[in-house]
Design a protein around this ligand. Sequence first.
Ligand code: N01
Length: 543
Amino acid sequence: MSRWNTVNAVVVGAGFSGLYLLYLLRKHGFTARCFERGGDVGGTWYWNRYPGARCDVESMQYSYSFDEDLQQEWRWSEKYSSQPEILAYLQHVAERFDLSKDITFGTSVTAARFDETANRWTVETDKNETLTAQFVVMATGCISTANMPNIMGIDDFKGNTYHTGNWPHEKIDFSGKRVGVIGTGSSGIQSIPVIASEAGHLTVFQRTPHWTVPARNMPMTDEYEAGWKENYAEKRANMRVSPSGSLRSVAPLDLSALEVNDEEREEAYRERWAAGGMTLLKSYNDLLTSAEANETAASWVRRRIAATVNDQKTAELLSPKTYPIGTKRLCLDTNYYETYNRDNVDLIDISSTPIDRITPTGLETGGRSFTFDSIVFATGFDAMTGTLLRIDIEGRGGMTLKEKWHAGPRTYLGLMSESFPNLFTITGPGSPSVKSNMLTSIEQHVEFVTDTLIYLREHSVSTIEPELKAEDDWVDHVQEVANQTLFPKANSWYMGANIPGKPRLFMPYIGGVGAYRQKCEAFAAAGYEGFRLGRDSKVAAAE
Ligand code: N01
């Protein structure tokens, strides 16, 4: 393991972003050290080992495109990859490109302070290591800080508790056990059918029903795989300029849902429901901008729920009614609604009677007591900003990131924040990030950051930082675009609404992956428009 304490760049996190950064920085002659709080590579795929954990983007698209041999040689076994397979892929990538030698595992970065005299960052870790670097790249992921709810008595429970986002490494045996699951987002919806198939009895506590559609996962076929691999270059190029960074199995219709009659709509929804995946949301071009159009898809899905769940009271509880479909992340499931037809599964509505307390033997809500051997918290994440704000980041003039972002994240392009020179965020708030295929967006950001570092080196520039006006305009633009859609209507983690006290504003950029890429490329080509480039006085004098 390298032990340099002065490097060109410190990389924080060894998930998809951190690994590609290490690869590319090294390739271009930069020294880098990466710190990873987990015991291995993988990021989100290292921590989220809960039963049923699986990606909701197709395997052929949720993978690196930067190395032709890698994308040709690696073989995915299913249409949507399971967590163990994605983790194995990342371990393979780390080994193939000899990346781990520059990663210090089991170590968290606790602080980063910018020294304006030296134009360098000083980075501290929880293992009392201090190092300096010209650049810091936060590859910390968007959903990497688990949200444990503040419920009275939570430490009193005598059984086992688990959080889906911080799952133990060993297999948890639920067979014959009384299990309670709190939370019905993507993690709950994926784990509930698997836990139900093992447990003696499963009780699900639902505060808000989430919209979910069948994934229709299946084993990878040679034909499907070849269809991608024979045309990878072209398909990846199309993904990069597409709105979501991915290609759909059924083409979106460039029509309003209100322009067609009931039979045509029925046919379109039925076809996409049968194909599975996110494609249902792209049936028509106004499902996420017109409440009326959205309701045609929402009511269609509610009818599917009623047709699948035997008990109509349960079906009713499972049917979202308080926010448009797609405005919280659409979940992909395998037999989620069918699970409620099992004799060993109960659904408890806690929308109006929250969990009063966790007790030594279970929990109490709405005047009822429940006894459990295990409680699973599928309660999500302090997303997008949580991990960054837990690090003590101090920029120019003693400005801390916490102060700067007290009313919500402020970035230029989701890449940098004014007052924090040479500090980059991969898929940061204000970029397409979680509203895109993360792999497409990660690769774009890692390449942008590396190209920027090369540009600075070639032009003897020592610092880069957004101009305040460019940043303010970008923050306004991100909100403006979001406000033209139905997204702000949901109390989602995109809005920060899942964390008490968190500022509410739409954090990802939904102007489209292709359009966003074009802007980044145009600004860079114009000499980094919107950024302030600083020259070291010593460098300038020598020139
Ligand atoms: O978290 P969530 P998640 N009392 O925030 C409930 C990605 N992901 O881990 O909706 C009771 O969506 C909360 O209720 P409510 C994906 O981007 C991807 O499931 O706030 N309940 C909600 O039901 C996803 O969107 C994949 O009313 C409480 C649930 O907990 C993101 O990660 C798989 C509560 C949290 O849902 C997060 O998903 C998994 C409380 N105090 C995750 N606090 C795939 O690739 C919270 N809840 C498929």
